[in-house]
Design a protein around this ligand. Structure first.
Ligand code: NDP
Ligand SMILES: O=C(O)C1=N[C@H](C(=O)O)C[C@H](O)C1
Length: 250
């Protein structure tokens, strides 16, 4: 039985992960971490890693960026692998994850769905073929409870396109103003928030007299929870290191 510690267990994603793990025969949540200790589950909830005295085989984290640094300290100290799905991480925390992965196995992805990881490949390929003749804009749409903007996925897509173009692009976030004419080197990134939109990402390539659009829509939060559960099963078989969805999909 794989013992899971679920970080952010009382959040929207925490609830979906709990329901899906309950359907698994070889996996079980042994404890949760959440600042809100209101308990609707059959496992104990701790408000911090310091309080947590229950051993686990793997951590699944859908919580808040302010928690990630403590999560990494706990992973290193307890040698527990973690699937980090939380977005909005500061650069210093990303660096901390990268160096901690020399001591423990960590998996990080801003989007745990199969589809987004496929469109990242398509987006890179399109950018390479279309080169400088096409302006690239990314539009992401999410529910009105989302804390961070732009989304982790929008950053992932923009970074992978930029890498493909030898890091020649700058990111412009939510363009506005009287003198805000688009520059050739820009990738525009725009965040829309409203209602219960689960998560939509479009990459638009606007060229002379034609437009190409690559789009992914998540229809429920289950795709992310199920991706995180698959990543947890994958991670516990791996040596220390940093992994992402590419490692599962290849
Ligand atoms: N990689 C992926 O595929 C996906 C990533 N995400 C990311 O996962 C994260 C969680 O998303 P979601 O479930 O929608 O968010 P929620 O806000 O619904 O859930 C987060 C939970 O963490 C709790 N929390 C907040 N701050 C702390 C803290 N400092 N210590 C302990 N617990 C804390 C919240 O408590 P309270 O409500 O009291 O603040 C809440 O219960 C986000 O970063 C989101 O972007 C989401 C979906 C997919
Ligand atoms: O907060 C969310 O809901 C989501 N967050 C992730 C992100 O920031 O990209 C992934 C998904 O789109 C849902």
């Amino acid at each position: 039985m794989i013992k899971v510690l679920l970080c952010g267990c009382n959040g929207s994603m925490g609830k979906v992960v709990t329901d899906l793990v309950n359907e698994e025969s070889q996996m079980n949540i042994v404890a949760g971490i959440d600042k809100n200790k209101n308990n609707q589950y059959n496992y104990p909830i701790f408000s911090s890693f310091d309080e947590c005295n229950i051993e686990s085989d793997v951590i699944i984290d859908f919580s808040h960026h302010s928690m990630t640094s403590d999560l990494i300290d706990y992973c290193v100290k307890s040698k527990t692998p973690a699937v980090i799905c939380t977005t909005g991480l500061e650069d210093t925390v990303i660096e901390k994850i990268n160096s901690a992965s020399k001591e423990v196995s960590l998996f990080r992805s801003g989007n745990m769905s199969l589809g987004v990881n496929l469109i990242m490949d398509l987006a890179k390929k399109a950018a390479k073929i279309l080169k400088d003749n096409f302006d690239i804009e990314i539009i992401e749409k999410h529910h009105n409870k989302k804390v961070d903007a732009p989304s982790g996925t929008a950053y992932m897509i923009a970074d992978s396109i930029n890498e493909e173009l030898s890091n020649s692009k700058d990111f412009t976030f939510g363009r506005h103003g009287r003198s805000s004419k688009r520059q050739k080197s820009e990738i525009g990134i725009h965040a829309v928030r409203g209602g219960t939109i689960v998560g939509e990402h479009s990459v638009i390539y606007a060229g002379p007299d034609e437009i190409i659009e690559i789009k992914h829509s998540a229809m429920s939060k289950k795709v992310f929870a199920s991706g995180a559960i698959s990543a947890a099963k994958f991670l516990i078989t791996k040596e220390k290191g940093l992994y992402n969805m590419d490692d599962i999909l290849k």
